[in-house]
Design a protein around this ligand. Structure first.
Ligand code: C2O
Ligand code: CU
Ligand code: CU
Length: 529
């Protein structure tokens, strides 16, 4: 019965590998904070890699002057290669690097004042290891994750997924890269080491004392949070000195709600080699990238023909995101609604994201491989429901953001949210395509829709009104090829996907990755069984 699964948070003291006898001898073990283990380590799991991740309060230098109080994850390798973890100087959580096939055990220790849990975004892991909000642990508790890396090589990430608090937690720092390699990818000899650059783009607001500001009223939540300070890898005014050679840049939109339209200021097109779920078959050339929250694109950038001293800026160009998103109907009023919190920054404005400076001449002969990978297309005829897609209607009504008219609730699985395991499902996200703009007139908003579990493939996009203001200003930046875990659905649009649900039963979430929308309830569980 769906309602019986994992109902209660485990408050029970479970102690891995410590016998009752040991407890009688050392009763103080019972009081040790770190001994409270939610979900214990299993003796028959033999990890290749073991890491500790501790979430705690830290002060990090972001600007001159006072350091900024953030929520930071500190990593430590207990077993396995030392480069599994790179602790970042910024507020970012450590970058985790693993190889396909490795088995990893992760101890998440919560030293924060709030309960929290981490989710591995894009990873195909068992339900219990997926960081569902029901597994959130309190201060002093530890959650033990154990899983095998089944994903292909790619730029994945991880972040807090706490009930009603995901936006606040990610904003405070609880997010980092999770990079997976595999043999196929490594045989390509893509730029590596310092030439392989994970770059996460985020927006924040800071007060005069350099402290993070988050907040605003219901209108902020309806739009999603927009900060006026852009940070790359936790650094404002990010500048990158590069050599005259090729780079692999892994772009992640780690912002709560901001969508970017990324382009080089000299007009050069962008060569994309990978998306959310890893390498494409072949590089794709786009004039700009539309990058919604949680999406990733890896790009191949070759500076070998540039002169030393050349400067290039990656900008986010102006676009319109439809009714509520900013430049559209409500654009002009936005600043007023947000009060002083947003610094007047809107979605769809033009601003600089990062600057590249060609600063060193080297000779190298990097050639972008013609064939990057082989991707087997999922077939409609293999779907369990080829003629009756599971429709997920996206809507915003008054003060709520809904999926099929429902708000998030723990243990609230409905008939249409049950999926037979080991099936391929045809699904569609309908953002006002059938009913008119996303519910209330003028309330159409872009929604980056994300599903936990295995990566999916996009079958088609249909738009109600192609010349509608939002769509055309971002459409050339969509990249729907390859494997995806998050897809942007613009107002008036319907996106149809094929999504596999293999191997694991249990709860897997689907939600809008505008984190304010997610926390407002635009999130549900699917029960795979
Ligand atoms: Cu990146 Cu359920 O999220
Ligand atoms: Cu996810
Ligand atoms: Cu949304």
């Amino acid at each position: 019965m769906p309602n019986n699964i994992n109902i209660q948070r485990r408050k029970i003291l479970k102690i891995a590998g410590i016998s009752a006898a040991a407890l009688t001898t050392f009763p103080s073990l019972l009081n040790a904070k770190t001994m409270q283990v939610a979900n214990q380590a299993s003796p028959d799991f033999n990890p290749d890699v073991e890491i500790n991740l501790t979430a705690e309060v830290r002060y990090v230098p972001i600007f001159n002057g006072p350091q900024t109080r953030v929520w930071k994850v500190i990593g430590e390798v207990l077993k396995g290669p030392a480069n599994t973890i790179t602790n970042e100087k910024s507020y970012l959580a450590p970058t985790i690097r693993l190889h396909k096939g490795q088995k990893v055990r992760i101890y998440l220790k919560n030293e924060l004042s709030s309960s929290t849990i981490l989710h591995w975004h894009g990873l195909h892991v068992p339900s219990k290891m997926d960081g569902n909000p029901m597994y959130a642990i309190d201060n002093g508790e530890t959650y033990v994750y154990e899983f095998e890396i089944l994903n292909r090589a790619g730029t994945y990430w991880y972040h807090a997924h706490t009930h009603g608090l995901t936006a606040k937690h990610v904003y405070s720092g609880l997010a980092g890269f999770f990079l997976i390699s595999d043999n196929e990818e490594q045989s390509l000899k893509l730029p590596n080491g310092e030439f392989d650059l994970p770059l996460v783009i985020q927006d924040r607001n800071f007060d005069q004392q350099n402290q993070l500001q988050y907040g605003g009223g219901m209108m902020m939540k309806m739009h999603g949070f927009l900060g006026d300070q852009i940070l790359v890898n936790g650094t404002p005014n990010f500048e990158l000195p590069v050599a005259t050679r090729a780079y692999r840049m892994r772009l992640l939109n780690g912002s709560n709600s901001r969508i970017y339209k990324l382009a080089w200021d000299d007009g050069s097109p962008i060569k994309v080699i990978a998306t959310d779920g890893g390498l494409l078959e072949q590089a794709e050339t786009l004039p700009y990238l539309t990058l919604a929250p949680a999406e990733r694109r890896e790009i191949w950038v070759d500076f070998s023909h540039k002169k030393v001293g050349t400067e290039l800026t990656l900008r986010s160009l102006e676009f319109s995101s439809g009714g509520m998103g900013g430049m559209g109907m409500m654009g002009g009023r936005r600043g007023g609604m947000m009060g002083g919190m947003s610094g007047g920054s809107q979605t769809g404005q033009d601003f600089a994201v990062l600057k590249v400076r060609v600063s060193k001449k080297v000779s190298s002969h990097d050639v972008l491989p013609k064939q990057l990978s082989k991707i087997t297309p999922l077939r409609l005829s293999d779907a369990e429901n080829p003629n009756s897609p599971r429709r997920i209607t996206l809507s915003m009504h008054h003060m709520s953001a809904l999926l099929n008219g429902r708000s998030y609730k723990m243990n609230d699985i409905r008939e249409d949210e049950i999926i037979p395991v080991n099936t391929l499902q045809l699904m569609e996200f309908d953002n006002g395509f059938h009913r008119g703009m996303g519910g209330m007139a003028g309330m159409g908003m872009p929604h980056p829709m994300h599903l936990h579990g295995e990566q999916f493939q996009v079958l088609k996009r249909e738009v109600r009104n192609k010349s509608g203001d939002g769509y055309t200003s971002v459409a050339k930046g969509f990249l729907d090829k390859g494997w995806k875990d998050t897809v942007l659905v613009m107002p008036g649009e319907k996106v149809t996907i094929l999504k596999p649900f293999n191997d694991f039963t249990g709860l897997f979430m689907y939600h809008c990755h505008n984190l304010e929308h997610e926390d407002m309830g635009m999130m549900r569980d699917l029960l795979v069984k």
